[in-house]
Ligand binder design. Structure first.
Ligand SMILES: Nc1ncnc2c1ncn2[C@@H]1O[C@H](COP(=O)(O)OP(=O)(O)OP(=O)(O)O)[C@@H](O)[C@H]1O
Ligand SMILES: [Mg+2]
Length: 204
């Protein structure tokens, strides 16, 4: 049996990852492909527990600690879910993966880029997604989708700077891995984006 394809979806909150993942799931399933759909952090019991810890708790913490927890969850996810699914010939669709650690912990929170690379090497070895769909969106547009636009307060302006750094880091990853990472302009309408995705996945 031939090994399955590993596809990850990336982008900031509200960029459309879940929306397009559900659409991709339906499209690929209709073609008769066996699919495994999963997400990070999460995908395993340990991963989901770490997800809760990481996403629900907003106490300040060192970006290295955050990245170590992300990679602990990822190690488990690869061993329990991703590798077995790929080996069984499944196409794996994963909502966020290591590019998000570069974007948030390195880009956003200032962790050393090379440290993420060391952890990536350690935890993943040669495993990389075959294709990454990065939904690129101005963070201000993402916020406007989520709530009514209004003047940002000081805290929100700081957050705005954080999200600009996250976006810059995603774009740096895309520039470094141009064959793997497809930058999708997520400011367009959903049907326009799906038309582009249709072309991208036609060869899968
Ligand atoms: N291109 C688009 N144009 C307008 N609205 C969109 C577009 N894409 C997604 N949306 C809407 O924006 C909201 C957020 O989309 P979605 O949940 O897919 O984002 P996400 O990337 O999964 O976010 P999160 O990281 O928070 O899970 C949803 O209400 C969705 O319908
Ligand atoms: Mg989502």
């Amino acid at each position: 049996m031939s090994r399955g394809r590993f596809i990850t979806l990336e982008g900031m909150d509200g960029a459309g990852k879940t929306t397009h993942l559900e659409w991709l799931r339906a499209k690929l399933a209709a073609r008769g492909l066996a699919l495994t759909v999963t997400r990070e952090p999460g995908g395993t019991a340990l991963g989901e527990a770490l997800r809760k810890l990481l996403l629900d708790n907003h106490d300040p913490r060192h970006p290295d600690s955050e990245a170590l927890l992300m990679f602990a969850a990822r190690r488990e996810h690869i061993a329990q879910v991703i590798e077995p699914a790929l080996a069984a010939g499944h196409c794996v669709l994963c909502d966020r993966f290591t590019d998000a650690t570069y974007a948030y912990q390195a880009g956003g929170s200032g962790m050393a880029w090379e440290r993420v690379a060391e952890l990536e090497q350690w935890v993943q070895g040669a495993l990389q997604p075959d294709l990454t769909l990065y939904f690129d969106l101005d963070p201000a547009v993402g916020r406007a989708r989520a709530r009514q636009a209004r003047e940002p307060d000081r805290f929100e302006r700081e957050k705005q700077a954080f999200y600009e750094r996250v976006r810059a880091a995603y774009l740096r990853r895309a520039a470094e891995h141009p064959r793997r990472i497809r930058v999708i302009d997520a400011a367009r309408t959903i049907p326009e984006i799906q038309l582009e995705l249709e072309g991208i996945i036609s060869s899968i």
